[in-house]
Ligand binder design. Structure first.
Ligand code: N01
Length: 509
């Protein structure tokens, strides 16, 4: 790291200290690329797992897959880890990695602009300004809470918070609470609120716009002996992880293309409704009208019984407005509340960070993606944004497995890109438009056939044009294979002695 008067210079600048940014920091460090900083807006590592502290927050991907392959965690207490354990794991890995001294906490990236003159990124933060050779964006796809645009919401006088910004100072006992949303966050929150309110004489209204498919959560605590074995028997945890991984990969990607394969699981989900809910009217209300898998499939054993409890009402009439103390629905009913929890998801297809990043043609990434939606080469690099790498970029999301797997694949690619820059003397790498187009053409062609596109639902996977720019439509090992080696042929490269436009690789997804 070096300083001029007011700009600090580093080889690499990483944005975000969640799973993605931490993985990049650890691997760069392993490669001897130690001249980097990680800019993190909060005061701790963890990203989404630091922020989502709502009651019931837990992983809906098996614990064994929810760790870095290079840092197995023998301490998981159960098959689906609760949020505090995941956050503790991330903190432990960060501490043991020895990279924390390069994290700049409580600092937000305000603007990142490519300087054509110096061929470097100038990154203005709420603290210092940095000049960086490469920028790695690990800002997360689920990091910007989306508040619902409902008339009058700003006039609500009670307590109001988003699921990802839970206000633990609010005493919920005995209150009248409303939860808007029935996605992955809400179905973890609702049973917890139901129990709290049951014990204290309070009431819960759950506002459902679209019923999700919910299957049983095969969760269990690991017994003492099992935990000991996982810790001490060589290879056991690795085998366990491989088994869970293969079970997920073998079935899920296939059913996204052939939704008929999911018929037995859909039947199981229908039985789950019947088992959890006695009231036939309520059963009908929670039965989805779209194909299984079109929206994220949720897992819970206590969501349906919670909805069926006496102190909970499921409201399916559309919300028309919110007043100072109530929610009004289209049928004219006004329900008074003290606390409003909005579990309405995140900005996933119009990522706020893109408004703060300006490329070599002077346009922001938001402007570049405005017309035809988010698109990157291998989810990682974008034309006009040289030396910038995205982790969890466009079409890297998963509905069925752990994002940590995707993050590691992308970091492997970025490491190899940086190594290539060193060995070949490239100062600048910029992915070619033709390679990006070819890659996305193949990807979107396949996407059109998936249950996410034809399953009859709207979801956060799709952008405002109805295009799926968030999910990866193949197996995770396919993604890993494609990103195993950096492919300079897809890039325009510049060395100190000149520019080389390498032939575009045949890149189709
Ligand atoms: O958000 P969501 P989430 N009026 O967007 C409803 C990850 N995650 O925070 O379906 C009324 O899924 C909206 O209704 P509809 C996971 O990847 C992981 O729950 O659009 N309702 C929906 O019901 C997940 O997919 C874990 O019709 C409105 C809900 O709000 C992602 O985070 C745990 C509305 C939003 O659901 C997001 O999940 C939790 C409005 N104006 C989350 N606007 C793990 O365990 C929105 N809704 C790993």
């Amino acid at each position: 790291m070096s300083n001029t008067s007011d700009v600090r210079t580093v080889d690499h600048l990483i944005i975000g200290g969640g799973f993605a940014g931490l993985c990049a920091a650890i691997k760069l460090s392993e490669d001897g690329e130690n001249d980097f900083v990680v800019i993190e807006r909060a005061s701790d590592v963890g990203g989404t797992w630091r922020d989502n502290t709502y009651p019931g927050a837990a992983c809906d991907v098996p614990s064994q897959l929810y760790s870095f392959s290079f840092a197995p965690n023998p301490d998981w207490s159960r098959s689906y880890s609760p949020q505090p354990e995941i956050q503790a794991y991330i903190k432990k890995v960060a501490t043991q990695s020895g990279t924390l001294d390069r994290f700049v906490f409580d600092t937000s990236v305000e603007d990142a602009t490519w300087d054509n003159q110096t061929q470097r990124w100038i990154v203005k933060t709420s603290g210092e300004t940095w000049s960086a050779g490469t920028v790695i964006v690990g800002a997360g796809g689920l990091s910007e809470p989306r508040l619902p645009e409902i008339e009058g919401i700003e006039t609500f006088q009670g307590e109001l918070f988003h699921s990802a910004q839970w206000d633990h100072s609010v005493d919920l006992a005995g209150k009248r609470i409303a939860v808007i949303g029935t996605g992955a966050s809400a179905i973890q929150i609702v049973p917890e609120l139901q129990k709290t309110l049951q014990a204290s004489g309070g009431h819960l209204d759950v506002y459902q716009r679209t019923a999700p498919w919910v299957i049983p959560r095969n969760d269990r605590t690991y017994g003492a002996l099992e935990r000991k074995a996982i810790k001490h028997v060589p290879g056991l945890q690795r085998a366990y992880r491989a088994g869970v991984y293969l079970a997920k990969e073998a079935t899920v990607p296939a059913f996204t293309l052939w939704p008929g394969l999911a018929a037995p699981v859909q039947k199981q989900a229908a039985k789950h409704i019947a088992k959890g809910i006695k009231d036939p009217e309520l059963r009908a209300k929670v039965t989805p009208s779209f194909a299984f898998g079109c929206k994220r499939v949720l897992i819970s054993n206590d969501y349906y019984p919670a909805l069926d409890a006496d102190n909970v009402d499921l409201v399916t009439d559309p919300i028309t407005k919110i007043t100072g103390s109530s929610i009004v629905t289209a049928d004219g009913t006004e329900r008074e509340i003290d606390v409003l929890v909005v579990a309405t998801g995140f900005f996933t297809t119009e990522l706020p960070i893109t408004e703060h990043v300006t490329g070599s043609d002077g346009k922001t990434l938001a402007a570049q993606w405005q017309e035809s939606g988010m698109a990157a080469y291998k989810g990682t690099t974008v034309p006009n944004f040289p030396n910038m790498f995205f982790i969890v970029g466009p079409n890297t999301g998963l509905g069925h497995s752990s994002m940590v797997l995707m993050i590691e694949s992308q970091v492997a690619y970025i490491r190899d890109a940086i190594k290539t820059m060193r060995t070949k003397g490239f100062d600048v790498l910029e992915v070619q438009q033709s390679a990006t187009d070819a890659y996305n053409h193949g990807l979107q062609k396949r996407m059109k056939r998936t249950v996410w596109s034809v399953g009859g639902c709207d979801s956060w996977y799709l952008d405002r044009h109805g295009k799926n720019t968030t999910l990866w439509p193949r197996s995770t090992w396919d993604f890993r294979r494609r990103l195993a080696k950096f492919d300079p042929a897809a890039y325009r490269t510049t060395t100190r002695t000149g520019t080389g436009a390498a032939a575009t690789e045949k890149a189709s997804a």
